[in-house]
Design a protein around this ligand. Structure first.
Ligand SMILES: [Zn+2]
Length: 256
């Protein structure tokens, strides 16, 4: 299947290729990733897409396709006014704009641990660097599901894993192992901005992790292994059936 801007996020494309977002969904809850209806994009995701669309030069199209971002009087809802503030702020920064000046929304495909993967890069500087734009609430450390302590938001959201996948797929397509940068803007008022690199050794380690977990996820996806239920997500709560009495100390999560 040939991927294009139009079909990249389609059900067919998701069935044909693994992606960072699918991998993240499976790591969060295999059962929900398999069976839950696809949620419509959250406001937080749409704010990011709004800024992406501006960088790509397709904001008019984005606004036309997403009428829910406007109030009845035709003005932008508060969340998208925040997106406008981010756009104004980043334009004032020469270095931020230079890193975001690569080719936009570049799609590539490749293979990791025998599984087909797809990627879509926000700003691709061929032969030089991969840059991904992130619009965050703030840049603070976050609680992680895997460690009982706060970690950098890049790790908490798995952006290091996304970076490892992108760098590897670009390497397979071009032979270049490129440095990877995050162009970060926050939804604070006024917005904060930063450029951050992810060191090569972190990307090496994360790629090994992706290579390790991909065969299991493929097997679950193919129906060879029953999906694990996380027990706490919306899908698991909705479909829960009580079969045993728990010790009270098993209730809840420590790190929330
Ligand atoms: Zn779950």
């Amino acid at each position: 299947m040939k991927l294009t801007e139009e079909n990249y996020y389609s059900t067919e494309s998701d069935a044909a290729y693994m992606s960072y977002s699918q991998l993240k969904a499976f790591l969060t809850c295999e059962a929900a990733a398999m069976y839950a209806d696809r949620e419509p994009p959250t406001t937080a995701m749409l704010v990011g897409s709004y800024v992406d669309a501006w960088f790509e030069g397709t904001l008019d199209k984005f606004q036309a396709e997403n009428p829910q971002i406007f109030k009845k009087d035709g003005s932008l809802k508060a969340d998208y006014q925040t997106a406008e503030k981010i756009i104004q702020r980043v334009q004032e920064d020469e270095m931020f704009m230079r890193y975001m000046s690569g080719e936009k929304q570049v799609i590539m495909t490749g293979e990791i641990a025998g599984a087909p993967y797809k990627i879509k890069m926000d700003s691709y500087h061929a032969g030089k660097a991969i840059v991904d734009l992130k619009c965050m609430r703030d840049m603070n450390y976050r609680w992680s599901d895997y460690t009982a302590c706060k970690v950098p938001f890049v790790e908490a959201f798995g952006y290091d894993m996304q970076a490892a996948i992108y760098r590897e797929i670009v390497r397979q397509n071009t032979g270049d192992t490129l440095p990877y940068f995050l162009a970060v803007a926050t939804k604070e008022d006024p917005p904060d901005i930063a450029l951050a690199g992810i060191p090569a050794e972190v990307l090496d380690e994360k790629l090994r992790f992706v290579e390790e977990i991909t065969p299991h996820i493929q097997a679950v996806w193919a129906g060879q292994i029953p999906p694990h239920r996380c027990g706490v997500c919306a899908y698991c709560r909705r479909t829960k059936k009580i079969t045993e009495i728990l010790d009270y100390r098993e209730l809840g999560r420590y790190n929330q």
